[in-house]
Design a protein around this ligand. Sequence first.
Ligand code: ADP
Length: 381
Amino acid sequence: MRKELLKKIKRVVIKIGSSIITDEKNVIDDKFLRELANQIKELMQKKGLEFIIVSSGAVASGMMVLKIKEKPKRLTEKQALAACGQGYLIHKYSEIFLDKGLYVAQILLTSDDISDRKRYLNAKNTLETLLEKKIIPVVNENDTIATSEIKLGDNDNLSAEVASLTEADLLIILSDVDGFYDKDPTNFNDAKVIEVVASPEKYLKKASSKSGSKVGTGGIFTKLQAARKANLVGIPVVLAKGKRERVIIDIVKGLNIGTLFLPKTVKISHKKYFLAFNIKPKGKIYVDDGARDAIVKRGKSLLPSGVYKVTGSFRTGDVVEILAKDGSAIARGLTNYSLIEVEKIKGKRSSDIEKILGYRYDDEIIHRNNMVVLSEVMGNR
Ligand code: ADP
């Protein structure tokens, strides 16, 4: 099955976890980076594949450069370390990859870059141009300016964003485990690697319930989130041990290594993905039960008649969230009308819009084509 699935891949995003970029002495592991470069070179030359790396390791590098033993707790201290370490890290990549005749480029992103349509397209264009020139982008979160407000939070999710942004064919997440285990492998000796996961949602849901705490802790959740996001837009994900010999070559060959997270057969469009994950809504539109059912169960658009309350500050074309009476978010979409306009037409019939406003853009406040129903994509956010 893997061979079939991975037959036609061309563009691959590889996420390098902080657990493998350093060695047991906590210094950047040159041998690992050389191995990585060797494999990438072979696959670029023999198979014409394209690679994007999402690499952790800036804070660890900073600690190494500044000879700091304990990871600081304060955010600004960590940011300072990352700023210092990122330079060293990219220097290491450049040096080791150049030695094999490969060029790398540094790309630093924040969630703002991905949530703003213009910046998103700029990032996409730059990445495309680098790939055209056979340069390997090495992406990391821009820790210097990424306060918790605008932080993506972790490079697992960032790697899924980058895979989606570049419409990659495969996301490989390299960590210090053989794959995704049925139980946390650090606490359970009998934990076994699951070879194929068709629905990361199932494990994310389980993990958020009390009885699910066995599934795992920490880093594995963000990997499941990343797998789910990539799978939603049709990208397969393999989680495997980074320091296994020829790991990338064997994964690309379709060998049964690590855990394969299967892409959804019915994938969501990039537009819907963007709405669901990348954009912060500018306002809230509360709907009655009838409108909720029409949207969630019957695939309908949002009409003024079902709206009873509206909050926030938004204009035509902004992203807003649609909420049920109990306050739960059910959908997101691009609104045809501003907050002031929705205030005036809420609860009214579409045929009355023109009479009330003096003009009419559309019958719907949010058309179905510009809407994503959260239960269809989130599982558990
Ligand atoms: P990285 O730095 O590579 O991103 P993390 O340390 O954040 O890696 O996450 C990987 C760790 O997650 C593993 O070392 C493992 O101990 C832990 N883990 C917890 N539960 C699981 C699980 N069910 N399957 C695999 N790993 C798990």
